[in-house]
Design a protein around this ligand. Structure first.
Ligand SMILES: [Fe+2]
Ligand SMILES: [Fe+2]
Length: 255
């Protein structure tokens, strides 16, 4: 008889899913990351033993995901890992900056500002996004991406930036940024590159227009000049960000 999810415990349900996945993955078990479990509101518990002859933990390429080339470029990751909506958000922000006649460095910063939301992780996305691209772009670009995390929560009337109306709806009328964001903003405000971070916020659409489709071709040159693509491929290049690109390539690796 088919059991309803409500009538079994979450761990039983997880076991059932796992059994099903083993079948689908030709004998491989997916060891789900701590973050993936926490995102589902589950307090992860370490499960002992349970080894089955011939059944191993997933390592290497996950057959459920599109296969990536051996030496992947930034655009390979965009094509094969990034969300479509996220891509349009980046492209439309960059187009806005370009139309405003801003320098190429700022257009690039807008093009990459939410690289973490689109292709890696949402929480603390400015920090993760900056870390992902830091070895490959001008220092000002990654600094500004890191700092747009805090700047977007604070109005700057001198340049016409208001607290985003959408944040009232997204986070509630009485939402207050956390102390680390306030402290970071105070530091960013005094920094020589503050306006670069602020420009990201000013060209951030806080959404994307589903009726407009911007192609990456439009920014091929900006990306080509501003993002130093390693010849060995992202993840194979032994930088401070390589492990993050490898995780994005093979997110189901057990270790
Ligand atoms: Fe952002
Ligand atoms: Fe954004």
């Amino acid at each position: 008889m088919k059991q309803n999810v409500d009538t079994i415990s979450l761990s039983e349900y997880a076991d059932k899913l796992e059994d099903q996945q083993i079948k689908e993955l030709e004998g491989k078990i997916i060891a789900r990351s701590l973050i993936a479990q926490l995102e589902e509101g589950r307090q992860p518990s370490y499960k002992r033993g349970k080894t089955t002859p011939g059944v191993h933990l997933m390592m290497g390429d996950d057959p459920r995901l599109p296969e990536m080339p051996e030496n992947p470029t930034f655009m390979d990751f965009v094509r094969l890992r990034f969300s479509i909506g996220g891509q349009q958000h980046l492209l439309q922000s960059a187009r806005l900056a370009q139309k405003a006649g801003l320098p190429e460095k700022i257009v690039l910063a807008c093009l990459l500002h939410d690289v973490a939301v689109s292709g890696f992780i949402r929480a603390d996305h400015g920090y993760w996004g900056a870390a992902l691209i830091e070895p490959y772009v001008d220092e000002e670009v990654s600094w500004a991406i890191r700092m747009h995390q805090c700047c977007r929560f604070f109005a700057d009337p001198d340049v016409g930036y208001e607290y985003p109306e959408m944040y009232h709806r997204m986070f509630g009328e009485d939402y207050q940024p956390e102390p680390y964001i306030v402290a970071e903003y105070e530091r960013a405000r005094k920094h020589k590159w503050y306006m670069t971070a602020r420009q990201i916020c000013m060209n951030d659409l806080y959404s994307f227009n589903p009726d407009i489709l911007v192609e990456w071709d439009e920014f091929e040159d900006v990306l080509g000049r501003g993002f130093k693509q390693p010849s060995e491929g992202l993840g194979n290049d032994n930088t401070s960000a390589s492990h993050m690109w490898r995780t994005l390539r093979r997110p189901s690796n057990a270790l």
